[in-house]
Design a protein around this ligand. Structure first.
Ligand code: SF4
Length: 378
């Protein structure tokens, strides 16, 4: 059963441990990485906004962090498509935001000449929050509020369970630094006190797909190779996305050789762990792919790397190549069975499969699969 929500007025200039009064909000922005916490938060915010009769004031924002020089997505492939699927489910508009001067990779290489870190988290500040605030400015202007500051609620899916610093946060706080005479921004953490089990329960109940990276064993989404991730997650990500990891290693090598001595000291991907060490551990463990045990077709292997599991217009016979098959498999449900449910079987040493020559996966016709020589899946 959901906890009771106590409505309190906005603009108090103080931290509060209860939800804001959505009925008073002019603009409600949901910042979504498309990860599990964002997804559960979106479900919660949509429900409360609908109950308050202000669903039309909600907009979902997703920051696309871009691609490397070789075109590998920095985030888990399919993340942007998934953000759209999730927003569409609630009938909400989605704004995909990009940093004009370049994505995370370009910012690291051309501007910062170093990786972000917990102490220098410009990746979040510049790539995400800064872009979302530009959208807030646009939305406030469009709302046309006069005679008082527009009330903006900015929703973020932080959870106290994630870290001691997050545990110290309040459910809502007025962002004094970003508020002005024309807007009051209240930062709201709708799922701050939710344990992980409640997050997954909510996602399963919603029926909305989540990213299969969780089934592959990852604990967080967003960047595949995150400077804040655990060693275990980084090694797993490098096994799943070896091409991306190799390009990160090239940049790490470039940082190590740069002229500026101060920056050269920061060459490691993480202060206690280099990308070279991550890759060494990943190569020792071997590549990894996943297969659905209910399928006979060898192309049922799910090859992570740059493969977008949510791309539409792919062969419906091969679940690894078609979004609908990812969420609908022989009575079981990919992407909804839940991490640890044992539905997807890891295949150590597997290489990304090649579709049979007879497969028309390259055709932009969703019906092409019916002509695929590989035959229907079981
Ligand atoms: S996922 Fe990690 S590296 Fe990527 S933007 Fe967030 S904190 Fe930075």
């Amino acid at each position: 059963m959901e906890a009771a929500i106590t409505a309190v007025p906005l603009s108090l200039g103080m931290a509060l441990d209860s939800a804001p009064d959505l009925g008073r909000a002019d603009v409600i922005v949901v910042a979504s990485s498309a990860g599990k916490d964002s997804q559960a938060m979106l479900d919660q915010v949509a429900e409360l906004a609908r109950a308050a009769g202000v669903l039309e004031r909600v907009v979902v924002v997703h920051n696309d962090l871009g691609v490397t020089d070789r075109g590998h997505p920095v985030e888990w492939p399919g993340t942007t498509a998934l953000a759209r699927i999730q927003a569409d489910h609630y009938g909400l508009p989605l704004e995909i935001l990009h940093r004009d001067k370049g994505g995370l990779w370009q910012q690291a290489r051309n501007e910062r000449h170093a990786w972000p870190s917990a102490a220098a988290r410009w990746c979040t500040a510049d790539q995400k929050t800064g872009q979302a605030m530009k959208l807030v400015t646009r939305r406030v202007a469009a709302a046309g509020i006069t005679g008082r500051p527009a009330e903006v609620i900015y929703c973020v899916g932080l959870r106290a369970q994630e870290s001691p610093s997050r545990a110290r946060k309040s459910v809502q706080v007025v962002d004094q630094g970003r508020s002005s005479s024309v807007r009051t921004i209240t930062r709201w953490h709708p799922i701050l006190d939710w344990p992980q089990e409640r997050v997954w329960k909510r996602i399963h109940a919603s029926g909305v797909p989540y990213h299969p990276a969780y089934d592959w064993g990852m604990r967080r989404l967003s960047c595949s190779l995150c400077v804040l991730a655990s060693r275990e997650d980084l090694v797993l990500a490098a096994r799943l996305r070896p091409a991306l990891a190799r390009e990160y290693l090239e940049l790490e090598t470039q940082f190590r050789r740069q002229d500026d001595e101060r920056l050269r000291k920061l060459w490691r991907f993480r202060s206690d762990l280099s990308m070279a060490q991550v890759i060494e551990a990943a190569e020792t463990a071997g590549p990894l792919a996943f297969a659905c045990p209910r399928r006979r077709c060898p192309a049922a292997l799910i090859p992570p790397d740059d493969h977008d599991p949510f791309a539409a217009q792919r062969c419906p016979v091969h679940p690894s190549l078609h979004r609908d098959r990812l969420v609908e498999c022989g009575g079981r449900v990919h992407g909804l069975a839940g991490p640890g449910a044992g539905h997807l079987r890891p295949v150590a040493g597997a290489r990304p499969p090649q579709a049979p020559a007879s497969c028309r996966t390259s055709l932009p016709d969703p019906a092409a699969g019916s002509r695929c020589g590989a035959g229907p899946a079981s």
